[in-house]
Design a protein around this ligand. Structure first.
Ligand code: ADP
Ligand code: MG
Length: 330
């Protein structure tokens, strides 16, 4: 039985933002301290992710583009996943639906491989100081039906910004930039956050200010609670800092950004007495637990999780936030 058979095949790349997510996660998995993202036309014509991570050796470049090739797990313990990636599908999928060049350096060795519409070219020598650059042009040119379903450049660019901010929140010790290169030239800096320092709470607080604004950070309640082996940390806003939409809700489970109904419901529940139905609490919450108590393998996009004891997760979030709100006079 292979890893391939145990992982349900699924759609990895739905839109430019999903490509950005996969590429930035790869950079983080490679131990990058700096991740630079550049896009043009909502990512439809160009996505480029540059990192200073450990890189890929020339001999391993073809493998990186092969389907179901991952260097990250051996399949013996699918539940115990500590990296973002583990399916080995992302680069292969991107190479199939766009024009991709992967340039990387490991040690003295810098090389490049190009692929378009699933045709993979030869490995050639390249010049690169360190890390990896993945450039993806003309996403979905090979699948026009998919192209038709993309939204406006503006909407796709917004989705990319959201993805970068979520991953930036997950990794406050890494510096991030997001540039919009539409129209050529140096482009416009859309988002920038330098690497934070200090302990995790300091770093997260600094990152919060960059992502959600200084005012939010200064008025956020610190959350640090534990229940039956599940630890909850992060920051939650006073009800007065609620938003008209759920954009300022960030959840991470074992470091992975998730969008999970149970957690969203728990957050809403904690604020139920203070907010009307059309207001959404703002919070950045990290749950840490033994990897065997949560399944992150529910969906290929890896945004969903399934807790072994959903009641414990929900109870932890509701009680910790209610407690913090009560302490703050609510
Ligand atoms: P996965 O992340 O699930 O392993 P991907 O298709 O995203 O699969 O990547 C395939 C492989 O290519 C990774 O396992 C890794 O070895 C290598 N790789 C991809 N991106 C990078 C990067 N930015 N730096 C170093 N290695 C990378
Ligand atoms: Mg990956």
């Amino acid at each position: 039985e292979t890893v391939i058979n145990r992982i349900a095949a699924g759609e990895v790349v739905e839109r430019p933002a999903s490509a950005v997510k996969e590429l930035v996660e790869n950079a983080l998995d490679a131990g990058a301290g700096r991740v630079d993202v550049a896009c043009a036309d909502g990512g439809k014509t160009l996505i480029r992710v540059t990192d200073d991570g450990h890189g890929i050796g020339a001999a391993d470049l073809p493998m990186a583009l092969a389907r179901h090739a991952t260097s990250k797990i051996d399949g013996s313990d699918l539940l115990n996943i500590r990296s973002f990636g583990f399916r080995g599908e992302a680069l292969a999928s991107l190479a199939a639906v766009g024009r991709l060049t992967l340039t990387s350096r490991r040690g003295e060795d810098a090389a490049r491989i190009a692929a378009a519409g699933g045709e993979i070219g030869a490995v050639r020598p390249a010049a690169l100081a360190c890390g990896t650059v993945v450039e993806l042009r003309d996403l979905f040119y090979a699948t026009p039906a998919r192209l038709k379903f993309l939204r406006s450049d503006r909407a796709e660019a917004q989705a990319i910004t959201d993805v970068v901010k979520r991953l930036a929140m997950a990794e406050p010790f890494v510096s991030f930039t997001l540039r919009d290169l539409t129209g050529g030239g140096e482009g416009r800096v859309v988002f920038r956050a330098d690497a934070e320092t200090g302990d995790l709470f300091d770093a997260l607080h600094g990152r919060l200010a960059h992502v959600l604004g200084v005012e939010f950070a200064e008025n956020a309640l610190r959350i640090d609670a534990e229940r039956e082996g599940l630890r909850l940390t992060g920051y939650a806003a006073l009800p007065t800092y609620s938003r008209g939409s759920a954009v300022a809700q960030y959840f991470f489970v074992n470091g992975r950004p998730v969008r999970d109904k149970l957690l969203i419901g728990a957050l809403r529940g904690a604020y139920a007495d203070f907010l009307s139905r059309d207001r959404h609490p703002a919070a950045v919450l990290f749950i840490h637990c033994d990897p065997h108590r949560v399944d992150v393998n529910v969906h290929p996009a890896k945004a969903e999780v399934r807790f072994r004891e959903p009641g414990v997760a929900r109870g932890l979030v509701v009680s910790a936030l209610r407690h913090a709100l009560a302490e703050a006079g609510h």
